[in-house]
Design a protein around this ligand. Structure first.
Ligand SMILES: C[S@@+](CC[C@H](N)C(=O)[O-])C[C@H]1O[C@@H](n2cnc3c(N)ncnc32)[C@H](O)[C@@H]1O
Length: 432
């Protein structure tokens, strides 16, 4: 963190300058740079990816914060108390500050915001960067020199270094909580009601906020996609739904161009124990009573061409390039030797590569013929439990349905189909 600590010194120096020098376009330019993206870039330069992952340190860009923190939901006033328990270099607090009501001058803006903005981060360098950047944002709002010498140590006393899991008092008094927690894993707390073993730290942070926040508090969290759509977090979602009004779930896409993880924004309001609950997860509910798993066994093709040696019996071999989309593959025009798992036709194969927005998310081909078939691992294999071609044809109709494309667009943000998602796909009764 040494490199980042050096960077913090440069923004401390910039705060000293804006407080005591006349406003100028040169100063403005430096302040603008410090407020958008610069700490993230400095962190990437100073700390390697592995260490950043271990710390869960990925700062939110101004553009992402703007998309996640919708003013209509947050609606701050002069009594709002805004808390970020894992504040990093303060990017979410900065986005909130930009929505706070008008103020008169630099000094009174800092005083007012100091009473409204609270944060904590495990690393002192980040907490210090957050304070300095908020001071720069206050100056940007109302540029002008201070009449008295600046005491940097007195700026934003509510932003401190420490563990966000030890901030009950701060969370209890919050009217608004903004959160982009680390996405790493941790041991589930002893009293965890929705998971055990290693669980998402982001899920635990959200739970900590929900457990300790007061009724009426609004929470906006940027969270990894797995919490919205992962099978493993179904109970976590139910836990959240029982205690809050889920006001909105917004898909945000990839976190940023350096961090290949899809995220979503979750807007919650803490509800009274007897209050009305509302849950608006964009998570496909079961629209039919049956799913693909009721009729098919789903697995991934076993052949990894560059890993598996050409040994074992000579077999008919299928891979995506060979197969007619939506057709039937009856003939054998490629063979290879393979000693692993094979499949007896009839069955359906589906290309695993599949992106959100593709015209068809799950393109299938029926495989017929006699004898065991070796299947490449870019294909899902769906074997009909009744072993009939008719069932395979019905499956192609289900896969071709526009409802299937929409369902996968909501269910999966990763770029390949998974066995679990395929087994959960509703069996649209009228599609077959
Ligand atoms: C994904 S970053 C987000 C930072 C900031 N909220 C933002 O949106 O830019 C998560 C932050 O959590 C901090 N962190 C990790 N463990 C923490 C803990 N136990 N308590 C408080 N902060 C923690 C990291 O140092 C990191 O700055």
């Amino acid at each position: 963190m040494k490199g980042f600590a050096d960077y913090v010194k440069t923004i401390e120096a910039l705060v000293d300058r804006v407080a005591h020098e006349p406003a100028s376009s040169a100063l403005s330019g430096q302040v603008t740079a410090a407020l958008d993206g610069q700490p993230g870039a400095e962190l990437r330069r100073a700390v390697d990816l592995q260490s950043r992952r271990a710390r869960g340190a990925f700062f939110t860009s101004a553009a992402m914060a703007k998309r996640a923190l919708r003013p209509g939901f947050l609606s701050f006033n002069e009594d709002s108390i805004i808390v970020d328990p894992t504040c990093g270099a303060g990017d979410l607090l900065l986005a909130c500050a930009s929505q706070l009501p008008e103020v008169h001058d630099f000094a009174s803006t800092v005083t007012l915001w100091s009473g409204q903005l609270y944060g904590r981060d495990l690393y002192n360098e980040f907490a210090q960067a957050a304070k300095m950047r908020l001071a720069l944002a206050a100056w940007q709002r109302c540029p002008g020199r201070l009449e008295v010498p600046l005491s940097r140590a007195a700026l934003f006393p509510g932003i401190t270094a420490g563990c966000g899991f030890a901030s009950v008092d701060m969370i209890r008094k919050a009217t608004h909580i903004v959160l982009n927690p680390p996405y790493s894993t941790m041991d589930a707390p002893e009293d965890c009601q929705w998971g055990s073993g290693r669980v998402s730290m982001a899920a635990c942070f959200l739970n900590y906020c929900v457990t300790n926040a007061s009724v009426g508090t609004r929470i906006v969290a940027i969270l990894p996609e797995v919490l919205r759509s992962g099978e493993r977090y179904r109970r976590w979602r139910a836990w959240v739904e029982q205690r809050t009004c889920v006001e909105h779930v917004g898909l945000l896409g990839q976190f940023d161009r350096w961090t290949d993880i899809d995220v979503f924004a979750l807007e919650l309001r803490i509800a009274a124990p007897s209050g009305n609950r509302r849950a608006r997860w964009i998570y496909p509910r079961r629209l039919s009573t049956a799913t693909v798993a009721d009729y098919f066994l789903v697995s991934v093709g076993a052949v990894v061409p560059f890993r598996h040696a050409q040994s074992g019996p000579r077999l008919r071999y299928i891979h995506p390039r060979l197969l007619p989309p939506w057709g039937t593959d009856a003939g054998a025009n490629e063979y290879r030797r393979f000693a692993g798992t094979t499949y007896e036709p009839p069955f359906v194969v589906v290309r695993r590569t599949s992106r959100r927005g593709d015209r068809h998310r799950a393109i299938g081909t029926i495989v017929t013929g006699k004898g065991p078939v070796a299947v490449e691992n870019h294909l899902l294999v769906l074997r009909p439990k009744d072993r009939t071609i008719r069932r395979c044809q019905q499956l192609l109709s289900v896969l071709r349905s526009p409802r299937t494309d929409k369902w996968f667009d909501q269910r999966l943000r990763c770029r390949h189909l998974t066995v679990v998602a395929m087994t959960e796909l509703p069996w649209w009764e009228d599609a077959g």
